[in-house]
Design a protein around this ligand. Sequence first.
Ligand code: SF4
Length: 214
Amino acid sequence: MQHTERVTKILTRLAEAYPDARVGLDFTSPFELLIATILSAQCTDERVNIVTRDLFAKYHGPADYVATPQEELEVDIRSTGFYKNKAKNIRACCAALIERYHGEVPRTIEELITLPGVGRKTANCVLSNCFDIPALTVDTHVTRIANLLGFVQTTDAVKIEFALMDIVPKEQWNDFDRLIITHGRRTCIARRPKCDVCPIRDLCPVTDPDVSRY
Ligand code: SF4
């Protein structure tokens, strides 16, 4: 079975299993998702959501972050970890949004990745979840599961993103992310996957050696 055929079957099964699949971060605007995604580096979505509940009530747009001293923002985001760097990046990112994009979040990956603290993962997450533009966000779940399903053999996020572009039909890129990430959270959990109740166990090389990795 070719990879694309197996991917399509996997996505159909996962869509049935997780009809409520969505990005784990809470947000009400592209700008809020941009900030939440920057905060999510090396941090759980649950922790970020706790922090952003108060953060988004206090800071309403890029100008509020720029006007706040670095030290005060560090205190507000401290529990997400790496808070000094994140605070610095968020303030610089907001300054760039004001200076170059009239305070709006741009809609292309080329523009997004020029913003401080914004890499391809953050950019793709915003494009996909806010603007419904096809984009593949490679997070820890996608990295782990794309490898165990045999679609890639690398932990390099950029290589994975480009390899998946060839395997996953473009119109399914956004669903692929939401479904694989949800699968990684609920069933194919790192170090304790629930293979006995997995909806794609017959399509997974871990449980079915007949499934080709290549
Ligand atoms: S069968 Fe097990 S390892 Fe394979 S995708 Fe399902 S939970 Fe993950």
